[in-house]
Ligand binder design. Structure first.
Ligand code: HEM
Length: 384
């Protein structure tokens, strides 16, 4: 009986759910009836219940990369692969814990109100004024979603993006190009673009770190602490770029899904924006799943799993199942690899929505014409 669920609920499966108009009844059904199971057709284990999701993310044998593939083969040997391979997000153990321990307090110390001020200032600077007399076009909204959170993180870190619009736009474009190349759906051109972007970002960061403007931000202290902990300078640099990359697609999704919520419920406009963003993070989350890889045979949630197996962890199912004791925003992960930017991300999403609405973006019109961007894990609207 359970074997037929994925086939019977209108062709939806745990991967296509990400772009489905309303995957939540399906996720709820999975969490309630099949909290951990093997999806034969996709060749994946699926964790859907909150306890099972938490157990997989906490399990010491569940790794963020396959043992034989620390970097995706298409990126290996390129600048994008070098960068990817150094990210704490993509490592376990010694290449993860010490640097993660430095990034967490650094990001937690960013006051959300100060981040919102940086966002407002960056919005002002990046605004070409094209919509002074008209509603903002869908194309501009899409561009802003991918640019404003990224350049705001750069500004918060003290990187030199605040002087001229050209640099800010360029940084945002390069970060988006690198982020896009990480997708398993990326085509050859996107992968090539990602390698070029990684090279550009590496050079830009080196010269930025050498300049005096970063001295006012938190990066010099991070570099000193990393040096004292014996962490390579190259790993620190890669992870600073990583922060911009992490801020890109997921925050675009959170802000975009909040615009959809506003557009569908005009009365919700009276609610404080940060509260609405927090609700969207729980019930229409931008990151819907993440993966874990088994380097050895082990037992997981009562099942015998084998070396080489992959678990698709349905964060969005855990979050919307109604089965968890606490109302956690599972979209930010949990346990060792939990997102250290969760609070900052929500402040950035709220600031982005508010900057867009202040410039004439109309949520109701946006919600009438959009599709979801092609993705296997992120739910990001693309407005038409
Ligand atoms: C709405 C926006 C965001 C969402 C939904 C999100 C979600 C996530 C998730 C699910 C993970 C863990 C992945 C896993 O365990 O497999 C993660 C990791 C991470 N995130 Fe975020 N993130 C967001 C924004 C940000 C921002 C703004 C930053 C920093 C400026 C950031 C920095 C990081 C870092 C450094 C990691 C790696 C942590 C580790 O592996 O230990 N994220 N994020």
């Amino acid at each position: 009986m359970p074997e037929t669920i994925t086939a019977t609920v209108t062709g939806i499966d745990p991967l296509s759910a990400v772009m489905h108009p309303d995957p939540y009844p399906y996720y709820r059904e999975l969490a309630a009836t099949r909290p951990f199971f093997r999806e034969q057709r996709l060749g994946l284990w699926i964790a859907a219940g909150p306890s099972e999701v938490a157990a997989v993310l906490a399990h010491p044998d569940c790794r963020v990369r396959p043992a034989t593939q620390p970097v995706p083969p298409v990126l290996a040997g390129t600048a994008a692969g070098d960068l990817f391979g150094r990210l704490v997000r993509m490592n376990d153990g010694a290449a993860h814990a010490p640097l993660k321990a430095l990034l967490m307090p650094m990001l937690a110390a960013v006051d959300p109100g100060v981040a919102a001020q940086h966002a407002a200032a960056m919005a002002q600077m990046m605004d070409p004024g094209e919509h002074a007399h008209a509603a903002m076009t869908a194309a501009s909204v899409n561009r802003w979603l991918f640019a404003l959170p990224v350049v705001t993180v750069a500004a918060v870190l003290g990187l030199p993006v605040t002087r001229d619009r050209g640099t800010a736009v360029e940084v945002a474009q390069q970060v988006a190009a690198f982020a896009a190349a990480q997708s398993p759906l990326a085509d050859a051109d996107t992968v090539r673009g990602g390698a070029e972007a990684a090279r550009w970002l590496g050079t830009w960061l080196d010269s930025s770190l050498a300049s005096s403007v970063v001295a006012d931000g938190p990066l010099p202290a991070l570099q000193r602490a990393a040096l004292a902990a014996g962490i390579e300078a190259q790993a620190v640099a890669a992870n600073i770029i990583g922060l911009l990359v992490q801020a890109c697609e997921a925050t675009a999704g959170l802000a975009g899904n909040t615009l959809l919520r506003l557009g569908r419920n005009p009365s919700a406009g009276g609610m404080p924006l940060l509260g609405m963003v927090a609700r969207v993070a729980q019930d229409d989350p931008p990151v819907q799943n993440t993966r874990r890889f088994l380097p050895a045979d082990t037992e997981l949630c009562g099942h015998a799993v084998k070396a080489g197996d992959t678990v698709l962890v349905l964060l969005a199912a855990a979050s919307t199942s109604g089965l968890a004791d606490d109302a956690r925003a599972w979209t930010f992960g949990h346990g060792r690899h939990a997102c250290p930017g969760d609070r900052l991300a929500q402040a950035l999403a709220a600031a982005t929505v508010s900057a867009l609405c202040a410039r004439g973006a109309e949520p109701a019109a946006l919600a009438r014409a959009f599709r979801y961007r092609p993705s296997l894990n992120a739910r990001i609207p693309h407005f038409l």
